[in-house]
Design a protein around this ligand. Structure first.
Ligand code: HEM
Length: 502
């Protein structure tokens, strides 16, 4: 695995996923079409107790898929409106609210049993059986990994912080809605002024709300372009003052599987992927400030054709399954390719054409490499190079034994059938960005549409100016400011932009 060549920190991933959960959630419920999984396959290190990667098709949108092409729906509303924080269902928000604030016992997100009855608590996506220890966030995927739960906690605290700045003579409902407006503006502000520039996405200048622009999330963005799962890097590393934790707390973290290294007054807590998944309690145990600070300390993975085992071969077992636990392999890369086919996404070159890009007629033209032939190499089995684990060994820094083009050719034969998701990840990066040409074009188009087609976009919203002038409440915080304002980590201990490793 290689890391971002421009030093984008793990915040690129954490923010990216948080945004996704504000604007995209396909409507599920279609038939099962599992992806076969072969134990002992030469390129696979993991074992599955079931012979498939579970996969369910997205539902066909009503009226489609019989005489017209099958279409898919989005459960969310496509706008950048912090839906991950507030949800899109009134009952869910009602449960989460505590007057003008969000309900946060001990300044953390509420567990599902926090109001007594788990049966009436909002649902949480829970493939492993967290039950009552799952926390409630606006989007039901908020427990999926510890970084995401931490960002959700940060934004819930920001709602409550803003409410505290508004005058108490304003009616409670107004304070809630005004604070929510500020939080949404902050999410947009950080996205457009910090996150997208850090990844090298440059948009056309903003010219105000355009009613002719449709902000709806495109299928190409949700199913191909924004699935930036390659940026994920397994471990989260927190480096902070040892005095924050009692020895028993560090022992407890160690017992759960965290790696703890103590040196003088400093402690380094490494949260491996298997520990970070569906463990919302880690936010309190490791503490929010150091966790968020830690995301800025390591570069994320390079966005390329490789996907970290954290989301490719993570074995998930359900709690309480002993003694007959079954391990299923959850391979997001396989799921992403299959999802493209499920949604009828055009092949790589057809998608390029749809974004006004010229076709790439050979695999080496796709990847920008010199050859699409396997080398003659004593380490490789002639004729079976694609199944030889040595084919992806590094033979020099950043250089693997075989080219991506050779491996793609061995798999696909012809560029015509190349899956868009695979071809996109194999393209060389446009200088100054984290993306190849196709992915960059998909991001640019969608983020411009989400901005220009949003009547309440922060840069054109007079209420935000009024809030600043009358009450001194300002949405214009970069992410480092936001962390410092809502945790005990001082601003000086964070990089100027936390999206870049300092
Ligand atoms: C630990 C981090 C992450 C995990 C475990 C994860 C996991 C998943 C899973 C399981 C799905 C459903 C796949 C399917 O059935 O089609 C999904 C969908 C998706 N993910 Fe991620 N993801 C992560 C991070 C990210 C990041 C960083 C981004 C983007 C920058 C992203 C973008 C998306 C998008 C766009 C979808 C499709 C959403 C929809 O329309 O339903 N994810 N992810």
């Amino acid at each position: 695995m290689q890391v971002s060549e421009r030093g984008v920190s793990q915040w690129g991933t954490a923010w990216g996923q948080f945004l996704d959960h504000s604007f995209g959630l396909r409507v599920g419920g279609g038939e099962a079409v599992e992806v076969p999984f072969v134990n002992g396959a030469p390129m696979e290190d993991f074992h599955s107790d079931i012979p498939v990667v579970p996969f369910g098709r997205s539902a066909a949108s009503p009226g489609s898929g019989v005489t017209t092409p099958r279409q898919q729906g989005n459960e969310l509303n496509s706008y950048l409106d912090a839906e991950a924080v507030y949800g899109h269902v009134p009952d869910r928000l009602a449960w989460m609210r505590d007057g003008a604030k969000l309900f946060m016992p001990d300044d953390l997100l509420p567990r599902r049993d926090a109001r007594g009855d788990v049966a009436t608590a909002p649902e949480a996506d829970d493939p492993i059986g967290m039950g009552a220890r799952a926390v409630v966030t606006g989007d039901d995927r908020g427990n999926e990994n510890v970084s995401l739960t931490a960002v959700q906690t940060l934004f819930a605290r920001e709602q409550n912080r803003i409410v505290g700045l508004l005058p108490t003579w304003l009616p409670e409902e107004q304070r809630f809605q005004l604070a929510r407006k500020v939080v949404i503006a902050t999410q947009q502000y950080i996205t457009y002024t910090e996150f997208l520039p850090a990844l090298g996405v440059r948009l056309a200048p903003y010219r105000g709300y355009d009613p002719a622009v449709d902000a709806t999330l495109s299928n190409e963005f949700a199913t191909v372009g924004y699935r930036a799962h390659s940026m994920l890097r397994g471990n989260v590393v927190v480096r902070t003052e040892k005095s924050r934790y009692a020895p028993a707390q560090l022992d407890a973290l160690r017992a759960k599987g965290a790696r703890i290294a103590e040196s003088g007054s400093t402690v380094e807590i490494t949260i491996p992927p298997a520990l970070g998944a569906f463990r919302p309690e880690l936010v309190g145990e490791v503490q929010l400030g150091p966790l968020l600070q830690g995301l800025g300390g390591q570069a994320q993975s390079r966005n390329d054709e490789q996907v970290d085992d954290v989301v490719r071969s993570l074995a998930l077992t359900r709690a309480g399954c002993e003694p007959n636990c079954q391990t299923a392999i959850f391979d997001i890369a396989a799921i992403d390719v299959e999802r493209g086919r499920d949604h009828g996404i055009p092949a790589y070159n057809d998608l390029r054409a749809a974004y006004g890009l010229a076709p790439r007629t050979s695999f080496k033209a796709v990847t920008g490499e010199a050859t699409e032939a396997f080398p003659v190499d004593p380490e490789l089995t002639p004729g079976a190079e694609i199944d030889d684990p040595d084919s992806i060994d590094f033979v020099a820094p950043g250089v693997r034994r075989t080219t991506v083009a050779a491996r793609l050719k061995a798999l696909y034969g012809d560029v015509v059938g190349l899956d868009a998701f695979v071809g996109m990840g194999a393209e060389p990066h446009v200088p100054g960005t984290e993306f190849g040409e196709l992915q960059l074009a998909i991001w640019k188009k969608q983020f411009e549409a989400m901005r220009d087609g949003d009547r309440f976009f922060y840069a054109g919203d007079p209420v935000l100016t009024m809030l600043r002038q009358r009450f001194g409440v300002d949405y214009r915080h970069d992410l480092g400011d936001l962390i410092a304002l809502n945790t005990d980590v001082p601003r000086r201990d964070l990089a100027r932009s936390v999206f870049r490793v300092s």
